[in-house]
Design a protein around this ligand. Structure first.
Ligand code: ZN
Length: 113
């Protein structure tokens, strides 16, 4: 058994530098995330930190991604079923088509006008 060597290195990590001695803010960059609900959220990251592929949308809490054309979240539950296929499953094709047409019409009215 040796004695006296166990204390070495005990101060490692306790640097005396105080935060206000380097008051320069870390360089940051802005990353835009898109959620399935159409929200765009600007999140700031440190320049040297990798932005995660998904980020919870601050407005609705859904996962948001970097690709505005293809936001995550929609494919979470039924990745292989489109909405139309889902509707068709419960109704006749005719009803499904009608519902789809109505939905498209609503979408058009909301976007264009
Ligand atoms: Zn959102």
């Amino acid at each position: 058994m040796s004695s006296g060597s166990a204390i070495r290195g005990s101060r490692v990590g306790s640097s005396p530098m105080r935060p206000d001695e380097r008051s320069e803010p870390a360089p940051r960059r802005e990353v835009t995330y898109f959620c399935a609900a159409g929200h765009e959220s600007q999140i700031w990251f440190a320049l040297d930190a990798a932005a995660p592929e998904t980020w919870d949308c601050p407005r609705c809490g859904q996962p948001a991604g970097l690709d505005g054309q293809n936001p995550p979240g929609r494919s979470r539950a039924e990745p292989y079923k489109s909405h139309l296929a889902y509707v068709k499953e419960r109704r006749s094709d005719e009803d499904g088509a009608k519902i789809l047409a109505e939905a498209l019409e609503k979408l058009r009215q909301r976007r264009g006008r």
